[in-house]
Design a protein around this ligand. Structure first.
Ligand code: GLN
Length: 492
């Protein structure tokens, strides 16, 4: 079969169970595509062909023996931030260029237990800091819809791999938008779960109070299958919630769009820099949801102006603390011929970290230093609470909140935005992480250059099933999620 990459996760599951094709055939099909097409997309940092084929053979044996799960034999790509035993985990950094983890992240281990086949590790902004994937030590990844454009970031490799049909789905992480914004830029569905829903064990930390892993795929249905693997309590992560995960696949039709109250924050649609096409596509998608029975309600989110400054204090502060461990002694790159200990620290960190990571460490260390701590870090924490309260108040009168995922579509590789310009592009995603809420991106059309536009729906705590269900029903009624980039149409 030449079109295995066109099948949804449910179709792959059914095809494998019905022995229409084997996991080996499916895995070889994807590996062949990666070999032929990824030279243009550059989504993979590491392709693990040998291990993948061994996992595929084991999956085929399990399928034959009748002890397969619903996902046994389905391939996946992991963001290179999840530790993988025996396989390099780089976090997109020179610092970890040669790092081989002695254990698997919980998300990876759960994937293995479910019988998923790991195709490889995909590219990302260095330590997940960025919105373009250009800060990766391994070079930029291309947007499959326009190869001279960025796929977004930081989970840009995950998004590009799925959008080019080089993996049926992928894991991502979202600290301030890194699942939703690349999903938006690449025409995918991506879910950022409630903080604590997905284990962070073995996920290299950027900002621990904001980081959360989640699925990236072509549809809400495909995301639901991966959520069933990723979600759940993990005793190895103290911030993981002791609360059973839902069956996200079974719940896909569980929420009625009829009568669903969708909040439209008036501040969000007056943001300077909101692209006219993005605004129009998002409004059209809301109109469609209205036709399906949803009720649109204008709401106030009064803290909107505080999102960017609050996040860009808290995230760098936590990053400066988390990244202390990469000192060339215990962890990470070590410089050549250090003259003494200070020289070892200084040069290992200056040579091992790229400019964006160094910028964040400097900002974060400044915000945490004695004399500035109260004025910056403590103040930001207080504002963070106000942002959360703003959302909780809104959820008293609406079920979900709608927003663009990003103010623009993908921009050109090398556009060289100033750091502040880039940070402002995160306006619609950051608050969700500051409040710990779940949110989903769904593709809702294209701009005049044929670049994808995304609608973001933000839910109350633990409402992942509801968000997936609403997008699932929208996708039953529309076909934006079935559109493929030209490069995805190429056969290997
Ligand atoms: N673009 C944001 C940042 O650079 C978000 C990144 C993320 O979610 N990992 O911090």
């Amino acid at each position: 079969m030449t079109d295995l990459h066109r099948l949804s996760i449910r179709e792959l599951s059914e095809g494998l169970a019905g022995a229409k094709f084997s996991s080996r055939e499916l895995t070889e099909h994807y590996l062949k595509r990666i070999e032929k097409i990824d030279a243009q997309v550059k989504s993979y940092v590491t392709v693990t062909a040998e291990q993948a084929l061994a996992q595929a053979d084991a999956a085929d044996a399990a399928l034959k023996a009748g002890n397969a799960t619903v996902l046994t034999g389905v391939p996946i790509a992991h963001k290179d931030i999840f530790c993988t035993q025996g396989i390099k985990t780089t976090a997109g950094s020179k610092m970890l260029d040669n790092f081989i983890s002695p254990y698997d992240a919980t998300v990876v281990a759960k994937g293995k237990a479910a019988g998923l086949v790991t195709l490889g590790k995909v590219n990302m902004d260095e330590f997940a800091m960025g919105s373009t994937s250009e800060s990766s030590y391994f070079g930029a990844t291309a947007n499959p819809w326009a190869l001279d454009h960025v796929p977004g970031g930081s989970s840009g490799g995950s998004a590009a791999a799925v959008a080019a049909d080089l993996a049926p789905f992928a894991t991502g992480t979202d600290t301030g938008g890194s699942i939703r914004q690349p999903a938006s830029f690449c025409g995918l569905t991506g879910l950022k779960p409630t903080y604590g829903r997905v284990s962070r064990f073995g996920m290299i930390a950027y900002a621990s109070s904001l980081d959360q892993g989640g699925p990236m795929a072509r549809s809400a249905e495909d995301c639901a299958y991966l959520m069933n693997v990723m979600a759940g309590h993990d005793a190895k992560d103290s911030t993981s919630i002791e609360k059973d995960a839902d069956d996200y696949v079974a719940n896909l039709s569980g929420t009625s769009v009829k009568g669903l109250r969708i909040g439209i924050p008036k501040q969000y649609f007056n943001v300077a820099g909101l692209d006219a096409d993005v605004k129009a596509r998002v409004e059209e998608s809301l109109k469609k949801l209205e036709e399906m029975g949803a009720i649109l309600v204008e709401i106030d989110l009064t803290m909107t102006d505080a999102y960017v400054p609050t996040y860009y204090l808290i995230a760098p502060a936590e990053a400066s603390s988390n990244l202390q461990r990469f000192d060339g002694v215990r962890y990470g790159y070590r410089c050549e011929n250090p003259v003494d200990l200070m020289d070892l620290y200084k040069r290992s960190r200056s040579e091992g970290f790229g400019p964006e990571v160094q910028r964040r460490i400097l900002i974060g260390t400044y915000a945490l230093s004695a004399g500035y701590y109260d004025a910056y870090y403590v103040k930001a924490q207080k504002v963070r609470r106000l942002i959360q309260q703003d959302f909780l108040k809104a959820f008293e009168s609406v079920d979900v909140i709608a927003a663009p995922a990003a103010p623009t579509t993908a921009y050109k590789i090398g556009a060289n935005l100033s750091p502040t310009e880039m940070y402002l592009g995160d306006i619609y995603t950051l608050a969700v992480n500051l409040a710990g809420l779940p949110a989903i991106n769904a593709p809702v059309g294209f701009d005049k250059e044929n670049l994808p536009v995304g609608l973001q729906l933000i839910g109350n705590y633990w409402s992942e099933s509801q968000l997936l269900s609403v997008v699932y029903q929208y996708q039953q009624a529309t076909d934006w999620h079935t559109k493929r980039a030209a490069i995805a149409e190429e056969n290997a």
